[in-house]
Ligand binder design. Structure first.
Ligand SMILES: NC(=O)c1ccc[n+]([C@@H]2O[C@H](COP(=O)([O-])OP(=O)(O)OC[C@H]3O[C@@H](n4cnc5c(N)ncnc54)[C@H](O)[C@@H]3O)[C@@H](O)[C@H]2O)c1
Length: 383
């Protein structure tokens, strides 16, 4: 077997995403052996020395740093992987690009459109390889949805509907800010469910159904004040706890999106449904190996919603895993993103979504926030 080219990874942030990405690098090595590049877990960074050492030992990183700038300064790092909260994305990505590193950044691209623009400019100027981890695109059933839509089977699309529902912030005594709860602090997160959850729905929607022209949104902050973990004071809550919006897609279809962290009983219910002239599809993260499909051309006596178990070897990515009938999970979306990134190094093609493509999602997020604040329709372009 030809000797692999090594891609030295410097991962910043050892939380939830630090774990999914580390697993992605390790599994991609095992399950995509045909790729010319292999990821090497060269260095990992977190501010706590004890924590980062334990993380490095658990996942097999060769070295540790406690200052992200040291990762960027290192000559033996090819790609910087940003797994920090949203307030650090811009600073790290811009510095990494300026140092000529490839950049893999967690979503959302940034807190604001202004930060996002600076990031895109820096990446484009440096001309470095880049990608944003909108990982749901890479679940086989979601990729199959894309293939079905692109084949034209749905015909003209009329409706796109998506939900992302959680319930973890209902308790009014939950504090905001600091380790573990930075999502509740607008200074760090940028926004609430819009940037955290709807950004996923918007990314998938743009990928499947094209650009979004304009939006009309409502948002609510149900608990107005919470104790801030870092200041110890009760402070105003500035994130959106829930948001719903209507939109027009550029292809003439209508969109309806809803996200909340106050839907009791739902932990991470991401669903979408697309209704076309000839067929419809729907998907549910809680049953992620299945894609439901209704084709009006079927014989009327047996016509109905088909539940496609997307596990056969001819389905997207599935030739890499087990045997037909055996499903895969959430973590595989990250393995697939790593594999697609490595493949893009071979082919020279971009690894979607790039920073530039993720900027379009930011434009929609910003328009949604602006619309909710003003109570008027907002265009998404030209921000
Ligand atoms: N793609 C997805 O589905 C998905 C899911 C969850 C989170 N995310 C995104 O991933 C990012 C991280 O989220 P998370 O859930 O992993 O958060 P987390 O709180 O679990 O982990 C964040 C980590 O970053 C570290 N950190 C913070 N500031 C740092 C600094 N200055 N230098 C080095 N390390 C620092 C923290 O100590 C922590 O280890 C966010 O942008 C989030 O939106 C994406």
């Amino acid at each position: 077997m030809a000797k692999k080219k090594e891609l030295n990874i410097g991962l910043i942030g050892c939380g939830f995403m630090g774990r999914t990405h580390s697993n992605g690098y390790l599994r991609a090595r095992n399950f995509f052996p045909e790729l010319a590049y292999t990821p090497v877990l060269k260095a990992v960074c977190s501010r706590s020395e004890n924590k980062v050492k334990a993380f490095a030992e658990q996942w097999g990183y060769e070295s540790v740093e406690t200052d992200w700038k040291a990762i960027i300064a290192r000559k033996d790092i090819d790609a910087v992987d940003i797994c920090t909260p949203n307030d650090m994305h811009a600073e790290i990505a811009i510095a990494a690009a300026a140092a000529g590193k490839m950049v893999l950044c967690e979503k959302p691209l940034a807190r604001t459109l202004e930060e996002s623009k600076q990031m895109v400019d820096a990446i484009e100027k440096a001309g470095v390889k880049n990608t944003i981890w909108y990982n749901y695109r890479r679940l086989p059933a979601v990729t199959l949805a894309k293939k079905i839509i692109d084949s034209g089977k749905l015909g003209r699309i009329f409706h796109y509907r998506a939900n992302f529902l959680q319930d973890w912030t209902i308790n009014a005594n939950l504090p905001q800010g600091g380790e573990g709860l930075w999502r509740m602090d607008a200074d760090v997160a940028g926004s609430g469910v819009v940037g955290d959850l709807l950004s996923h729905c918007i990314d998938t929607a743009i990928w499947l159904n094209g650009g979004i022209k304009n939006v009309s949104a409502v948002a609510e902050t149900f608990v107005k004040e919470r104790m801030h973990q870092l200041t110890g004071k009760v402070e105003k809550v500035n994130i959106d706890d829930a948001c719903a919006f209507l939109c027009h897609f550029n292809n003439g279809s209508l969109g309806l999106f809803e996200s909340t962290r106050y839907a009791r009983g739902h932990k991470a219910l991401y669903t979408f449904e697309i209704n076309g002239e000839n067929a419809s599809i729907r998907w549910d993260l809680h049953d992620l190996n299945r894609l439901e499909y209704f084709d009006n051309a079927d014989d009327s006596t047996v016509r109905g919603w088909r539940s496609i178990h997307v596990t056969d070897g001819d389905q997207p990515y599935m030739d890499k895993w087990w045997v037909p009938g055996l499903g895969i999970g959430y973590e595989h979306s990250f393995v697939h993103q790593v594999a697609d990134f490595l493949k893009s190094l071979e082919t020279g093609a971009p690894c979607s979504p790039t920073f530039k493509e993720a900027y379009e999602t930011q434009q929609v997020c910003q328009a949604v926030l602006d619309s909710a604040a003003s109570g008027t329709w907002k265009d998404t372009q030209g921000k």
